[in-house]
Design a protein around this ligand. Sequence first.
Ligand code: MV4
Length: 447
Amino acid sequence: MFQKILIANRGEIALRVLRACKELGIQTVVVHSTADADAMHVRLADESVCIGPPPSRDSYLNIHQIVAACEITGADAVHPGYGFLSENAKFADILAAHNITFIGPSGDHIRIMGDKIEAKRTAKRLGIPVVPGSDGAVTDQKEARRIAAEIGYPVIIKASAGGGGRGMKVALTEADLEIALHTASTEAGAAFGDDAVYIEKYLEKPRHIEVQVFGDGAGRGVHFGERDCSLQRRHQKVWEEAPSPALNAEERARIGNICAKAIADLGYSGAGTIEFLYENGEFYFIEMNTRLQVEHPVTEAITGIDLVHEQIRVASGGGLSVRQEDIKFNGHAIECRINAEDPRTFTPSPGTITHFHTPGGLGIRVDSGVYSGYKIPPYYDSLIGKLIVHGRNRVECMMRLRRALDEFVVDGIKTTLPLFRDLVGNADIANGDYDIHWLEKYLAKEE
Ligand code: MV4
């Protein structure tokens, strides 16, 4: 087991990882920018190292500073959290070259999944169902027309270096295809330095369902069920839940087992998320994330398993603590992302939190890095906390969520809490009847 882990992140996830380290009796080092000297994770860590000025590129993304902080403190492993360097293959490789363990998959697996064409090719080879489309990059207009005619319109053009909704163009008919292909490719070249694009059938009203997987790096793979993350705005998830209201136990087991086997065959190590679009009873792979995700607590709530403990165990060579048959699904969980933002326009609202009171009671978890009197710096993501509610079933979960939202107090700044108070009373949400476009349509109506 590791002696000392360096946490290369900030905010609620830095605290989340710190808690897991404490439970496992591992010493903690955090790195922080000058803007985060007063942050909770800095106060609670055994050691802290200031690695630079506020802009992320000079601090949380500065690989050399982070490696130096490891050398100075004698950390033997790095947990990257999510965002920042968590899916940076070069960072994983550099740490390995310094004999520091990256708590995550190999640089090669990160690289494969970062290239969306290569990721899709790999998924297909491993037996994961993918969206019908081009087999690799498309450059030629004639070839694009042939593929689009074959799969049928509408089609979507995606950047291979994109992902998470960046660099996509929809072509409703052949008349749109030439411009869509040209713009997608030009924009991808400018944004990512890689103009490779591919074509897929455009699914019009899917849900976003993702499967939590883990590999032990030695040929074993398991799944921890799915999360439904369809409620999002501009590719930012707002509300996530597990299990998906759209799936039954057979569908869950079928897609879960396909994913677990794929992870085993890939020889993958650590936590991963396989993202699907789900429409008319079918799953279509879109991307794989090679990190722990923001919404991992809903999976923890319904399985009772600490996924950060598992990441640390696997990275240290101790293997997974569970076999597939040990993973049982219990009840329902919902996560609301509390952002320091206007609840209608989502404009960031940094500033001082004058009063912070979190809900409690059975089935309530709040993961947050803030406190009363804390001043939110304007330089980073606006996520200040997550409310995760568990119940024996979805109805109980929703009742408890409504109650928890009533107890939550965040004064001094605007937050997305009022949005959740509206959503929890909405009939479509109560019925689990929503797709990836539901929230944006709802927000447009409310204006
Ligand atoms: C799609 C799609 C429809 N058809 N691919 C957006 C994020 C990126 N991960 C993939 N995305 C989409 N890919 C096909 N073939 C619709 C989206 C999409 C979306 C997906 C998940 C959650 C929210 C979304 C919002 C708009 C579009």
